[in-house]
Design a protein. Structure first.
Length: 78
């Protein structure tokens, strides 16, 4: 059974908060919750970062850093 999450962007992070950070934050909250309720009971968490899927969630600094380098596509870059 999965646990759905609602992504809340922290105040002041509206332009640079990514999906990966949101998923990691939620996973950390889940771990703390599980360990505080039943510290001796094992649990399983599956963390699957989503940044490699479209739409890409990349901080603006990274977009600016690589701007123009892949305009011909990744296969032309090789």
């Amino acid at each position: 059974m999965g646990t759905p999450i609602e992504m809340e962007v922290p105040k002041g992070r509206e332009t640079d908060y990514t999906l990966n950070e949101a998923l990691a934050d939620e996973a950390i909250k889940y771990i703390y919750k599980q360990k505080s309720v039943t510290p001796d009971r094992p649990f399983f968490i599956y963390y699957a970062p989503g940044a490699t899927h479209a739409p890409h969630h990349v901080p603006k600094e990274w977009i600016d850093r690589f701007k123009g380098q892949f305009d011909q596509g990744w296969d032309k870059y090789l």
